[in-house]
Design a protein around this ligand. Structure first.
Ligand SMILES: Nc1nc2c(ncn2[C@@H]2O[C@H](COP(=O)(O)OP(=O)(O)OP(=O)(O)O)[C@@H](O)[C@H]2O)c(=O)[nH]1
Length: 452
């Protein structure tokens, strides 16, 4: 096929990349957009294979499509194409066979290409943001922040994305995605040595395409410390408070300034991160409420049940036991009847505080009924658990509660059991309850073991 001058002129005026390829998949013509985009000249590329531009992996893929188009099929596809120079681009490609008007034979094909890398990246970011926003009512796990940082880096072509927590002068790396030198989450810098200090000061987005060319930033301590030549940062606000910053940086300067679309999209990423953080703090609060006893602040029976399963999963390898003990106030009804319900509440709170002070940090101390507490003591020598329960009994016995002009004391009865291997919580609870009944029956203010 011969391309006359007016056709070439027309092709060169097209806003997209245009090429004519022969039956041997060699370029016969490329327009000026094509030349500029791939950094080639028509003179050099003419007669050369598509494989000169497209990398081997992608060439294997597209050459199958060439076979189809050379049989007369018109094709349109969007795909990631890896170039020989290492670039990965999202391209919108249209192959149109060049048919002989009279014979219908195919002589090569036209290629129309649009680079949609930016749009594809933007669409991916929007999808991720949309996903977060529309899952507000469900649990959003914090790993979504990692995904958002990864997408942000990909979209901006940035090496590093960081969501940092700012506490006073501390800049703490909370979440990071980087293809450069890794920084461990939890690493702390002085905020004034980071570009993010300017974001916090401005309480708005700060975007710099080239630190070296920026008079205000050249001498910033971060310019010397970190190899960040381009930077964009946003404040992260949760519950009306500044939580930290979101930033993306790259060791090389950008050729073009950050576009309005880029700033807008990354600010959406920032909002999505704020949503995830807010949601996770709400979830934490709900978990706290679900597992705690409102009056005493101790954990509740639901927590005990879950903790029991957790402890059972880690079976004791030593001769130690897991002890379950029920601690029940003696004649508590009398306290309520004599001093009133408020004083009864005060007593329950004091007992809870004493129990918490006696158990080990690995133990579980829960309020499981009106005036009943449960202690779950994992991986403990039997004699140590006996000592601990004896201490509980004595401490409560010696406890004095003063209010107004009165003082009261009370005792507890305790039933304990060594939880058997494969024993369920309800079975162990029953054993401890029977032992507790014995303590009550035998005069209260004592500890009884189920196997005694
Ligand atoms: N103040 C207060 N009282 C509670 C609460 N929950 C349960 N109670 C009271 O605890 C008392 C339990 O009474 P009982 O089951 O007869 O037990 P007791 O008087 O301790 O007698 P023994 O257990 O046999 O020694 C009842 O009066 C309940 O009203 C609470 O949250 N606050």
């Amino acid at each position: 096929m011969k391309l006359d001058h007016s056709f070439e002129k027309f092709a060169n005026s097209l806003p997209f990349l245009f090429a004519f390829v022969d039956n041997d998949r060699c370029y016969r013509f490329v327009n000026s957009s094509f030349e500029a985009f791939f950094g080639v000249s028509l003179q050099d590329i003419k007669g050369k294979s598509i494989g000169e531009i497209v990398g081997p992996q992608s060439y294997a893929k597209v050459s199958k499509l060439h076979q189809r188009v050379l049989k007369g099929e018109e094709l349109h596809f969007e795909d990631e194409i890896r170039l020989r120079d290492g670039r990965r681009l999202q391209l919108d490609v249209r192959y149109i066979p060049n048919r002989d008007e009279h014979t219908g034979e195919v002589h090569g094909f036209f290629t129309l290409i649009n680079d949609i890398t930016k749009y594809a990246g933007a669409a991916e970011v929007l999808r991720a943001v949309h996903d977060v926003v529309h899952r507000q009512s469900q649990t959003l796990s914090l790993d979504r922040i990692d995904k958002l940082l990864r997408l942000g880096c990909h979209y901006l072509n940035a090496q590093t994305g960081i969501a940092s927590r700012i506490i006073k002068d501390d800049y703490i790396v909370e979440y990071i995605h980087t293809s450069g030198e890794p920084i461990a989450p939890g690493t702390c810098f002085n905020v004034n040595t980071t570009y993010c200090s300017t974001v916090l000061e401005a309480e708005a987005v700060v975007a710099i395409e080239s630190i070296t060319d920026n008079d205000d930033f050249q001498s910033h301590p971060c310019a010397k410390e970190l190899e960040a030549e381009s930077y964009i940062g946003f404040p992260i606000r949760v519950n009306g408070q500044t939580w930290g910053t979101l930033s993306f940086s790259n060791p090389t300067p950008r050729i073009t300034p950050f576009s309005e679309l880029e700033i807008e999209l990354v600010s959406l990423v920032c909002s999505a991160i704020e949503t995830v953080l807010l949601n996770s703090s709400k979830t934490k609060r709900l978990e706290q409420l679900a597992y705690s006893d409102f009056l005493t602040g101790l954990t509740n029976r639901l927590y005990l049940t879950e903790r029991f399963e957790d402890i059972k999963a880690r079976t004791n390898t030593t001769s130690n036991i897991t002890c379950l003990a029920l601690v029940d106030l003696d004649h508590f009804k009398k306290v309520n009847d004599t001093y009133g319900h408020d004083v009864g509440d005060l007593v329950l709170q004091r007992v809870a505080r004493e129990l918490s002070g006696i158990v080990r940090s690995t133990d579980c101390c829960s309020r499981v009924g009106g005036e009943e507490f449960a202690l779950l003591l994992p991986d403990i020598p039997r004699n140590k658990s006996e000592q601990l329960l004896a201490t509980v009994r004595t401490v409560i016995d010696r406890m004095r509660i003063t209010f107004d002009d009165s003082e009261l004391s009370l005792t507890v009865s305790i039933g304990a059991t060594a939880v058997g291997e494969d024993e369920s919580l309800s079975a162990a609870y029953k054993q401890a309850d029977l032992a507790l009944y014995q303590s009550k029956k035998n005069g209260r203010n004592q500890v009884t073991w189920a196997d005694s």
